[in-house]
Design a protein around this ligand. Structure first.
Ligand code: GMT
Length: 376
């Protein structure tokens, strides 16, 4: 099949999922055309079945903002005609599914649309009523809708009502050849960050408010009072200033390292002891899955799709949003009991590999594409 994938290119889970799905589809012989405002950040390996089409910007004095949704729609038509796309797969409803819908109107043949909901595209409307009708339209015009967790499918139906086509859950996935434990190989690096054998905690995100990175610092502050530890903060975003201020306020400057945006997160995860994700909202929490696949237990909030990803008392611990004390206790249970830690770490790898393999997800999406192509 010839599949057009529309996604955000920047640091974030939906772009990662779209890109990894593209590589997996390419491996299975499909031709995949990425359409985005810039090259997706994980699209760095050459693959003969993968193509990238950049949505070009226009600058015209009359436009206060470049009309990206329209430019994207135009690019979809251009690529669909030139490459002969069979299906368009929009990751994130706003504005991608709307652009795809516009593209359909410009086409002289059917171009079925599959929309994958990633989370904030649905929960966004809680904050911005302006997007309600548009998101509802995106759902209505999609031949098939998928969501990355049961919680997100449920949340979508609660917000927008049930849709005629229903919402299929295709959970996010990892490639176990990339995300795997590598005991020993990262020792030199580990020694750099934890020179006296301290434990290493980590958090990776786009530092938006929803990630509650200040909680990460506060959890770490409680943990390091009991167990000598270091904290690695990976990523960047709007909350960075508040986070830096909290680190200084608590006098933790020497114990917290800011690594900025990083691509090869598996190499970082491979030297970490516990991963923290205390988010306010998380439809899935891809990075938690990546951590577990690398043998790192996760301590996170009991919210959205996280309880489907992290097994409380088996592969990590969950606590209520904002329960810094509870999350620090979870971390300490792991760091003060070697036998428990080993069991959690092994269970995390098995759970991640057996429950979320890339093959299962790619087969799920293939079935969805086939069904829309055959009925269009
Ligand atoms: O919220 C983010 O961190 C970015 C966002 C995105 O679009 O990349 O992440 C969402 O999609 C990811 C991939 O499906 C999920 O793993 C994240 O849980 C989800 N974020 C939220 O729901 C807050």
């Amino acid at each position: 099949m010839k599949i057009g994938i529309i996604c955000y290119p920047s640091y974030g889970g939906s772009g990662v999922v779209a890109t990894e799905l593209g590589y997996a589809l390419g491996e299975r012989g499909h031709e995949v055309h990425f359409i985005s405002s810039a090259r997706p950040f994980r699209l760095h390996r050459f693959h003969e079945q993968l193509f990238f089409h950049e949505v070009t910007d226009v600058s015209y004095p009359l436009f206060k903002y470049p009309p990206y949704t329209l430019l994207l729609a135009n690019k979809i038509v251009e690529v669909a005609k030139y490459a002969g796309l069979d299906v368009i797969h929009a990751h994130y409803a706003i504005p991608h599914s709307i652009s795809a819908y516009l593209a359909q109107q410009m086409m002289t043949r059917p171009l079925p649309l599959v929309t994958t909901l990633h989370g904030t595209d649905v929960t966004l409307v809680g904050a911005y009523e302006e997007f309600f009708q548009l998101t509802r339209l995106a759902l209505r015009v999609s031949a098939r809708i998928t969501a990355v967790s049961k919680a997100l499918a449920w949340e979508t139906e609660k917000t927008f009502g049930t849709t005629e086509q229903g919402i299929e859950v295709v959970p996010n996935f990892i490639d176990p050849k990339v995300y795997l434990p590598k005991a020993g190989s990262m020792q030199k690096c580990r020694g750099h960050f934890a020179p006296h054998g301290e434990k290493i905690l980590a958090h990776i995100s786009n530092f938006r408010e929803v990630k509650r990175v200040v909680d990460v610092v506060n959890i770490f502050a409680l943990v390091e009072k009991v167990v000598p530890s270091r904290l690695l903060l990976v990523g960047d975003g709007p909350e960075m200033v508040r986070v830096e201020r909290e680190v200084s306020r608590l006098g933790l400057e020497g114990k917290v390292q800011f690594l900025g945006k990083q691509e090869s997160v598996q190499e970082i995860l491979q030297m970490v002891d516990v991963f923290l994700l205390p988010s306010e909202q998380e439809s899935f929490g891809l990075v938690a899955l990546e951590a577990m696949a690398c043998g790192v237990p996760v301590v996170c909030s009991r919210v959205g799709g996280l309880p489907e990803v992290v097994q409380h008392g088996k592969t990590g611990y969950l606590a209520e949003v904002g329960d810094v004390q509870g999350m620090s206790e979870g971390v300490l249970k792991l760091l003060t009991d070697d036998l428990r830690y080993k069991a959690f770490s092994e269970q995390a790898v098995t759970w991640a590999q057996e429950t979320f393999p890339v093959e299962r997800a790619v087969q799920g999406y293939e079935k969805v594409y086939e069904s829309v192509v055959h009925s269009s």
